[in-house]
Design a protein around this ligand. Structure first.
Ligand code: OAD
Length: 261
């Protein structure tokens, strides 16, 4: 199947689907944070971590083998994200959440940039780098309440096991409730917008398929085709999400048929 790559056609279809109080569901990946200076997963590791693979660091085994190295890697990524700013793509999605009465944002990203841009309801499939839990019993941990916050890594005040970031590591299950909320939203979507994901990691990559099966019109924003484009995308908007999401928002805001809360 060859998607329609005309911006005007995509915009007309988007306004038509949403003008009827449509249910607007969005799935984002690392590409939407690229314009905030955060490297995507399939980019090479940057700087001092260039000799390591995310697959070796973002795993339970990797953490158990070298807790301090993995803890320091997440500290490095957290500081990089903290110094970054949400880009116009994050801001546009936060404004769309207010513009449409039925809007669900699902993200694979752990960088909290959607929330910093103002998105209130974010289904985080892979967790959040600014949240912590303990390794053995998933006790939520707040670093500022710990006696040993500067340890690398600290230990849980309840069970004394290592503290780890509250993110999904390779080989781990995704948070069940979040995942079922994401598939529920997709299964009742009128519009499924995919932005900034290669579409190669499951189960996230199956969410657009659930929307498609439910009759949604599928839109994709990416500078290049992803693993999903030729299988399920109706409208492919080639380019960067910061630019295209802002363009879509501007056009939707100008459309009197689009309900404003
Ligand atoms: P990837 O790095 O796999 O893909 C990033 C996508 O963003 C690619 O398709 C790029 O073409 C696209 N892209 C790059 N710059 C862009 C821009 N400015 N605007 C829009 N798109 C752009 O990242 P993800 O698909 O998010 O999982 O990876 C999914 C998961 O794989 C991650 O969440 C992570 C990793 O394993 C876990 O950590 C569990």
């Amino acid at each position: 199947m060859q998607p329609d790559s005309s911006f005007d056609n995509a915009l007309a279809a988007l306004q038509d689907c949403l003008g009827r109080q449509g249910n607007f569901v969005v799935l984002t990946g690392a590409g939407v944070s690229k314009e905030s200076g955060i490297p995507t997963f399939r980019d090479a590791q940057t700087g001092l971590w260039a000799n390591y693979r995310a697959e070796d660091l973002a795993t339970r085994e990797g953490f158990l083998n070298n807790p301090q190295m993995v803890w320091d890697w997440y500290d490095f990524r957290r500081n990089k994200v903290w110094d970054a700013q949400p880009n116009p793509g994050h801001v546009a999605l936060a404004k769309m959440e207010v513009l449409f009465s039925r809007f669900t944002l699902i993200t694979q990203n752990i960088d909290n940039l959607h929330q910093r841009a103002g998105s209130k309801q974010v289904l985080e499939l892979h967790g959040n780098i600014f949240r912590y839990k303990c390794l053995e019993q998933n006790h939520p941990v707040s670093l500022d309440l710990l006696e040993n916050p500067d340890a690398s890594p600290p230990t849980c005040p309840v069970c004394n096991s290592y503290v780890r970031p509250d993110v999904v590591w390779f080989g781990e299950m995704l948070p069940e409730i979040i995942l079922s909320q994401a598939f529920d939203a997709a299964s009742s979507a009128d519009v499924m917008l995919i932005a900034g994901t290669s579409g190669v990691v499951q189960p996230a990559a199956s969410i657009p398929a659930a929307a498609k099966e439910a009759g949604a019109t599928v839109f994709e924003i990416n500078p290049e085709m992803s693993a999903l484009t030729s299988f399920m995308v109706d409208y492919f908007l080639q380019g960067t999400s910061g630019t295209i999401l802002h363009q879509l928002l501007t056009a939707l805001q100008a459309n009197p048929r689009v309900k404003t809360l």
